[in-house]
Design a protein around this ligand. Structure first.
Ligand SMILES: [Zn+2]
Ligand SMILES: [Zn+2]
Length: 190
């Protein structure tokens, strides 16, 4: 994992439909909170800092560290680097795609090689903004098989694998945007 750009991550999260809120913390103190009340933000910041410290000590978790906690109502994703962390509250099933984006571990386009970690797709049914590797819409429940690479236009699945011709003809591909992050097509073919 590369170092985490927490400011870019926060910008990315702001526009996404499945994100209920997030807290950025440094050394256990709240740096920024959105969609989370003051008291809850403080609790989350302290909890995440303790959690990461313990995981590093007891499980030998490296840096950056990332984990998702699932409940029926929501996912809580934590990404940490050094003393800084970000805690993201989202609809169920979105913790992992959001963490992959934040940590830069998202899919790469199987055709052009572009890093799609920070790309966004628009639900073809309701227009909701979703992380690139979402497999369903958090708002209307639509299943999302295909999406277009924002760099080369290839129709790919949630892992960046290109669709075969028959698959391209059978299912619509969601429109995609490069996204709010600052990561470009890192590793693209030159
Ligand atoms: Zn591409
Ligand atoms: Zn939708």
């Amino acid at each position: 994992m590369a170092a985490i750009d927490f400011e870019a991550a926060a910008r990315y999260l702001k526009g996404l439909a499945p994100v209920a809120g997030y807290v950025r913390a440094s050394e256990g103190l709240v740096v920024e909170a959105r969609g989370v009340s003051g008291g809850e933000a403080e609790n989350l910041a302290a909890w995440a800092t303790q959690l990461v410290r313990r995981a590093r000590r007891e499980l030998g978790l490296g840096d950056p560290a990332a984990a998702v906690f699932h409940s029926p109502e929501r996912d809580v994703a934590v990404a940490a680097s050094g003393g800084d962390s970000i805690i993201v509250i989202s609809k169920p099933g979105f913790g992992e795609p959001l963490l992959r984006a934040i940590t830069g571990e998202g899919p790469r386009c199987g055709r052009c090689g572009a890093d799609l970690s920070w790309a966004v797709i628009l639900c073809p049914r309701c227009g909701a903004r979703l992380p690139f590797s979402a497999t369903h819409c958090s708002e209307c429940g639509a299943t999302l098989h295909w999406r277009r690479c924002p760099h080369c236009g290839a129709v790919v699945d949630d892992g960046g694998r290109p669709a075969r011709l028959r698959e391209r003809l059978l299912a619509p591909a969601a429109r995609s945007l490069p996204g709010g992050g600052s990561r470009g097509p890192r590793g693209a073919h030159s």
